[in-house]
Design a binder for this molecule. Structure first.
Ligand code: PBG
Length: 323
């Protein structure tokens, strides 16, 4: 009889080589997607105060970031547009010459190795900052679908690989899929922000995207943080409507949702480590309270371990460098 205990878990933790041999979860730069904010002009690089290292840039500067991303092995970029003008229906969203559409064309021409994903939503484009058109003080779901479809087709026409609707209107995946197919974009994929929770973690982003709602909040369309079964219903609905990939957002506070979505659907799952999650790590590190690189890597590893195939993160470049 072996002396107690027969199994000693510490045996395989003794050296780095042993730990590496039996590690279950790995991070790869190819799994990262870097969000980029694009606006008009040339030579523009406007830092976002609450997101150190993140900036709004013009297309030429965005190309530099994209070249760096591809040389680091990063999988893709997620584009957000800051329009020159906003109006009640967000009409610049489907303007073929707006900054995002220009950026897509430039990326496909100059950085073909990068997957180009575009955020489809109206909140950056509407003067009221909501994700759809307003009627009687509320976001009108069905009137918004047609506009999201137009925006998606405009992105596909510019050459986007993947369209990522983040508005949380009911029926948008079906409407977008139908519009893309009608226009012949059968191979443009849809990554739906399927389980997107309303909450406080998007604050810094709204500064970056200039998309703070001018009245009310997003709780009548984004999800309630207490709900898990509802996330599954949202995800299954989007899959039924034609989503190729689904997203959970935010990531860190919703690891259980990532895990459920992955195990219960088997679909490619993306998780968005959002601006607030990023800002918290940056702020604590600035104060010297945590080790920035190690906390960054562990936050990403946790998201992977929960089941995410793809991680959208403002740390993409830094994390790829650390790997
Ligand atoms: C647009 C959108 C938001 C984010 C991604 N797409 C903001 C929101 O819903 O208010 C948040 C991203 C982040 O916080 O990093 N609807």
């Amino acid at each position: 009889m072996p002396s107690f205990p027969a199994y000693r878990p510490r045996r395989l933790r003794r050296t780095h080589a042993l730990r590496r041999l039996i590690r279950e979860t790995w991070l790869e730069p190819s799994q990262f997607v870097l969000p980029l904010f694009v606006r008009s002009g040339t030579g523009v690089r406007q830092p976002i105060e609450s997101m150190p290292g993140v900036a709004q840039t013009s297309v030429d500067e965005l190309l530099r970031d994209a070249h760096e991303a591809v040389s680091l092995g990063i999988g893709g970029v997620l584009l957000f547009g800051i329009p020159d003008k906003k109006d009640a229906i967000g009409s610049d969203a489907w303007n073929d010459d707006a900054p995002v559409q220009q950026a897509i064309r430039a990326l496909k021409r100059e950085v073909p190795g990068l997957v180009v994903i575009t955020d489809v939503c109206l909140c950056e484009y509407t003067d009221h900052g909501h994700c759809g058109v307003i009627r009687d003080g509320d976001v009108d779901n069905d009137a918004t679908l047609e506009l999201l479809a137009r925006e998606s087709v405009s992105h596909a026409r510019a050459g986007a690989d993947i369209i990522a609707p983040s508005d949380m209107m009911d029926g948008r995946v079906r409407a977008i899929r139908a519009a893309l197919d009608n226009e012949g974009f059968l191979n443009t994929a849809i990554l739906s922000y399927a389980a997107k929770y309303a909450g406080p973690f998007y604050g810094p982003f709204r500064e970056a995207a200039e998309s703070t709602p001018q009245f009310g909040d997003r709780r009548s369309y984004q999800m309630d943080a207490g709900n898990s079964d509802e996330a599954l219903r949202e995800v299954l609905l989007d899959i039924e409507e034609g989503a190729d990939m689904v997203m959970v957002k935010p990531a860190g506070p919703f690891l259980d949702i990532i895990h459920r979505v992955k195990t219960e659907t088997g679909y490619p799952v993306a998780a968005y480590q959002v601006s607030g999650e990023f800002a918290m790590i940056q702020a604590a590190a600035e104060r010297g309270w945590i080790d920035r690189e190690r906390v960054m890597m562990e936050s990403l590893l946790g998201i992977r371990r929960a089941g995410a195939d793809v991680i959208v993160t403002y740390f993409a470049r830094e994390a790829a460098k650390a790997l």
